[in-house]
Design a protein around this ligand. Structure first.
Ligand SMILES: C[S@@+](CC[C@H](N)C(=O)[O-])C[C@H]1O[C@@H](n2cnc3c(N)ncnc32)[C@H](O)[C@@H]1O
Length: 349
């Protein structure tokens, strides 16, 4: 035995105020009136349809509606337009205490009933991804160096380091370049490798915290750091080499083409692109993270203090990545290591 859902709510207006009530609720708020059952017709008031529920407007006198906090909250799809619409009716907008996940404002109807307009804030997945790496900056390197929750035992750790070395050796085969660009540079794991083959590096990341760690760790005068959101980024010039490590897997599918178009613009003709990313090996992530699910493009990540964030994590097969890069003007050599990494050296045609 349980209550399954809310069927309707009732508010009241003064007796005989139905016309004014209909002007407010039906004309201004645009709610549809539904017919009351015959048995209740003589009692005054009217009923409204709100989504798949009803609001019943009854009549009663002798109550001061303006003194109560009791209210109905109407969920809307475009809060800003609603606020403008309400202001255009010369109705005063009241203060609402902010609550996480929602935007809202409130008014009083012509009889003093409190009326709230509320809209859930869109799921801001890309901001959450930035927030995650900002919060994780100080513990980020534990992942690559297989410490704490990322320590999967001597044998698997060694396997990881051997495979990482294999990828780094491939990077070092690129002949010395003048100008390199690193996207999502993080705490400097790949910036350090890039320094060995580039005379100058421009390093971009959205997180000031990881940039500070990278800068302090490498202390190199030939690296320019810029705090940039890569989903707003447009390259200002061409580079001899562009590198991004463990970033492609965080680009959501609907942003992939525009991101790769910018990457393509950023590599000079004849220039190189180097990408390294993960294969979906369970032991590449922390021991207290859920395993990757084949169908899912999102993954829940935890910080050492237990805070959780949901980020994009998309894995690429060599053949499809090669084909994708070809459509952006790259001749790509895409390889995998035995367990952990997928890596690419590509030339811009
Ligand atoms: C998995 S880490 C990779 C860092 C580094 N490349 C490495 O391999 O260690 C992803 C990086 O992307 C950065 N990031 C997240 N969202 C971003 C965005 N919208 N624009 C630029 N960087 C972003 C994070 O701050 C983080 O440093």
């Amino acid at each position: 035995m349980k209550i399954t859902r809310l069927n309707h709510a009732q508010i009241t207006i003064p007796k005989g105020a139905e016309a004014q009530g209909r002007t407010f609720y039906c004309d201004i708020l645009g709610l549809q009136e539904v017919e009351k059952p015959d048995a209740l017709k003589g009692r005054g008031g009217f009923w409204l349809e709100v989504g798949d529920m009803q609001v019943h407007i009854g009549t009663e006198d002798g109550v001061d509606r303006a003194t109560t906090k009791a209210h109905l909250a109407y969920q809307v799809d475009d809060l800003a337009s609603w606020q403008k619409h309400i202001e255009n009716q010369n109705i005063e907008i009241g203060d609402s205490v902010p609550i996480p996940g929602y935007e809202r404002f409130e008014i009083r109807d012509p009889f003093g009933n409190r009326v709230e307009f509320i809209q859930p804030v869109a799921d801001n997945a890309l901001q959450q991804q930035i927030d995650y790496y900002r919060a994780r900056a100080g513990e980020y390197d534990e992942w690559f160096y297989r410490m704490g929750r990322y320590d999967h035992g001597k044998a698997l750790n060694q396997q990881w380091f051997d495979e990482a070395k294999q990828v780094m050796e491939m990077l070092h085969q690129i002949a010395m370049v003048d100008e390199a660009l690193e996207l999502a540079c993080g705490t400097g794991i790949w910036t350090e490798q890039l320094l060995k083959i580039a005379r100058h590096i421009t390093a971009l990341d959205a997180s000031p915290e990881v940039i500070a760690i990278n800068r302090q760790k490498l202390a190199a005068a030939n690296i320019d750091y810029q705090q940039v959101d890569l989903f707003q980024w447009q390259p200002e010039r061409g580079y001899d080499l562009v590198l991004f490590g463990f970033w492609l897997s965080h680009v959501p599918p609907e942003k992939l083409d525009s991101f790769l178009a910018s990457v393509s613009q950023a590599v000079k003709p004849g220039g190189k692109l180097f990408i390294v990313d993960s294969q979906p090996a369970g032991t590449s992530s922390a021991s207290n993270h859920q395993p990757y699910e084949a169908e899912s493009i999102r993954h829940v990540r935890k910080l050492n203090d237990g805070r959780e964030f949901t980020i994009y994590k998309i894995f690429y097969e060599p053949a499809s990545l090669r084909e994708k890069l070809a459509s952006f003007g790259f001749d790509a050599d895409v390889r995998v290591t035995d367990n952990y990494f997928v890596y690419t050296t590509a030339t811009k045609l």
